[in-house]
Write a protein that binds this ligand. Structure first.
Ligand code: MSP
Length: 656
């Protein structure tokens, strides 16, 4: 029998057609956060993720890469597992639809459904979208037979197919959805499913193909491969050993507590999946939660469209916790939101470097300064202390409520309210003034104790979202006793023992220099994109005009003039810069140019060069440079040559 405190959570299984990007990371981090939270609050958790490796799309990607499909997916799966390790994702099982255990179980499922009459053979004709692996009816297609999901052209496909009897289960499913409002979350998705698909009437579902071979063969008709959705959806139970002799995991964990999906696959998970389960005589998952998309320029990120952000560069520079925090904090779970590196950096600076990082570093620094690093026993609490203590003691329950509703952003917002209140508490109690007198120091013991204890609460509560950070905080706070790092130890304020020694460490989230880092991240993201999808990257490059065309009015904005070199010398302590004194008609200008490795300064005196004269002046190494000298670079940029003007034209002449 199923124990009450188990918790089974799943992510969709991802297509290994290219490297996983921030969108896939989003779902996986959400599942990991939830799994960690449930573990922390005493549940026996099982967290499943994996890859959906069959189908025409993967077959084509492998062909393009010029390798057999199995070799192709093996490579991407290895990358995916590395990425999940990097993101600190602790799954209990990773299922691949090419696993033998899965293939055999899917065949047994198909056979059972066929034997009991839920599957029959017929012919199918329809518009099919290869990238989305979906057939669409005429009323669903966009104008021009475009796929309603991805707007790409669909293909007319006619083939013999096995079908799953869906209509038979329609009324039952409508009733289930209507009587279980928690089943499809957020509720707007339930409405959408009822209105758009269930109430108009379900058509039987085509569940096999003969047009490609990369899939699980129908056991009694090997011309057909089992079409992706039956193959893919069953992963959630084949991973638990369904249809095998050992039913322990099924008995313990099925039905799943929460299945996370992106909103575009809600239909498959709230209509097809329940019907498959019903036909198999299995209970339905308690909840399917459809979250929103991370958008990139208002469009869904897509490996094949090339508008993708990858987690690797972000994690390399700022750590997995910063990205995990941003993903869980930025948008309410269920809604869409834009992803940009700049917004991520801004939030990391404000919430992590400022609010949390400063609270920790100020508290530890003050305990070191005023009490030689030893946390003191608190004295009598005053109202201002009691106010903060009340906030802290109420916090775990608020966080639990939000987490149980998968409102990660709200849960974090509650925690950050208390971080804000703790920072304000410092302003209100003014420790720097208390530290000046003996009497004040008596009071300061209590103030710093309250702050240390507040940080203990915060450290424990952020753990599911940011699993590497609490350890760093506890180390600085000197908390080594694991008993006071647990959810249970949030039962009341005051478990931090007096006498504990703090230890100042490095900033847990150093401030990001956004301006300097943005171009670096962008360049590294481009490298990831090329590695992930060399063909698409090449095509994008070819499609981009190398230089945009401009009108003559654009050129007229540029003031190019001839300039005569009056003096030229190396800039001190710089290998690259030459400082020019130039005569430009009636005026003289100072200009710096990064050309020192290519010319001896004295050879340039008296020569006439081309100057871009209407750039705003810029200070470089304390010298104001008033313009830019034009030069040409060799392909590898190892050689630079200045542009000289032939004799006969003086300085200050316009160039057009
Ligand atoms: N293989 C199917 C799912 C089968 S589940 C039985 C599939 N794979 S996928 O690789 O396309 O991954 C889709 C999932 O990745 C989405 O449902 C969503 O969870 C996640 N995301 C991919 N891109 C995303 C965004 N841009 N934003 C948020 N999540 C996104 O569909």
């Amino acid at each position: 029998m199923r124990e009450k405190n188990t918790f089974y959570i799943t992510t969709p299984i991802y297509y290994p057609s290219g490297h996983m990007h921030i969108g896939h990371t989003y779902t996986t981090v959400a599942a990991d956060t939830m799994a960690r939270f449930k573990k922390m609050t005493g549940h026996q958790v099982y967290f499943l993720t994996g890859t959906d490796e069959h189908g025409q799309k993967i077959e084509r990607s492998a062909q393009e890469a010029g390798i057999p499909p199995q070799q192709f997916v093996d490579g991407i799966v290895a990358q995916t597992k590395q990425l999940w390790d990097l993101m600190n994702i602790k799954y209990d099982d990773f299922i691949r639809t090419t696993d033998e255990r899965h293939i055999q179980a899917v065949q047994r499922i198909f056979q059972k459904l066929y034997d009991q009459g839920d599957i029959y053979k017929d012919a199918y004709e329809g518009q099919y979208c290869v990238p989305c692996e979906a057939f669409w009816t005429a009323s669903q297609l966009k104008e021009g037979n475009l796929c309603p999901d991805c707007s790409r052209p669909t293909e007319l496909v006619r083939e013999e197919s096995y079908f799953l009897r869906m209509s038979k289960y329609q009324d039952w499913l409508i009733e289930h959805i209507e009587t279980h409002p928690e089943f499809i979350q957020p509720p707007s998705r339930a409405k959408e499913m009822l209105q758009n698909f269930l109430k108009p009437g379900l058509q039987d579902l085509s569940i096999s193909r003969t047009s490609f071979t990369w899939g699980v063969p129908v056991p009694f008709d090997p011309e057909h491969v089992i079409y992706v959705w039956i193959d893919a959806l069953s992963n959630y139970i084949t991973a638990l050993g369904y249809t095998t002799e050992n039913q322990d995991l099924m008995d313990t964990y099925w039905p799943a507590d929460v299945q996370l999906v992106g909103k575009e696959i809600t239909r498959f998970h709230t209509i097809y999946w329940p019907i498959i389960l019903k036909a198999l005589g299995l209970p339905l998952p308690k909840q399917i939660f459809a979250h929103g998309w991370l958008l990139f320029n208002e469009d869904k990120m897509s490996k094949s469209k090339g508008n993708v952000a990858y987690p690797g560069p972000v994690v390399k520079h700022y750590g997995a916790d910063a990205l995990r925090y941003y993903l869980m904090r930025e948008m309410p779970f269920g809604a869409d939101g834009n992803y940009t590196n700049q917004a991520m950096m801004t939030r990391v600076n404000s919430d992590l470097a400022n609010d949390l990082g400063n609270l920790l570093s100020r508290t530890v620094a003050m305990i070191e300064k005023y009490f030689d690093g030893v946390i003191q026993a608190p004295g009598k609490y005053e109202q201002v202390d009691l106010d903060l203590i009340a906030l802290l003691e109420a916090l775990p329950q608020k966080v639990e409520e939000e987490m149980n509703a998968l409102q990660f952003s709200q849960a974090l917002s509650e925690i950050w309210k208390v971080i804000g209140a703790s920072n304000r508490y410092i302003d209100l109690t003014e420790p720097w003034i208390l530290g000046r007198s003996e009497e004040g120091k008596e009071r300061l013991r209590t103030v710093l104790y309250v702050l240390a204890e507040s940080l203990r609460f915060i450290g424990i509560l952020i753990d599911p979202v940011m699993p590497s950070t609490p350890e760093k905080m506890f180390c600085q706070l000197g908390i080594s006793d694991e008993g006071i790092q647990t959810w249970a130890s949030l039962d009341r304020f005051g478990h931090t023992p007096a006498g504990q020694r703090v230890m100042k460490g490095e900033a847990i989230f150093p401030r990001i220099d956004i301006k300097a880092d943005l171009p670096v991240l962008e360049a590294e993201n481009e490298v990831e994109h090329q590695k992930s999808n060399p063909k698409a990257a090449e095509e994008e490059k070819a499609a981009k005009p190398a230089v945009p065309l401009i009108g003559i009015e654009d050129f007229q904005k540029i003031q190019l003039v001839t300039a005569k070199v009056l003096a030229c010398e190396k800039v001190k302590k710089s290998d690259k810069l030459l400082q020019f004194r130039l005569k430009v008609g009636d005026e003289e200008r100072t200009v710096l140019s990064g050309i020192a490795e290519h010319y001896e300064p004295e050879t340039l005196i008296g020569r006439t060069l081309v100057l871009l004269a209407n750039l705003p002046p810029r200070k470089i190494r304390g010298i104001e440079s008033e313009g830019m000298l034009l030069s040409a670079a060799s392909d590898d940029e190892s050689t630079l040559r200045l542009l000289f003007v032939d004799e006969g034209v003086g300085d200050g002449a316009g160039i057009a």
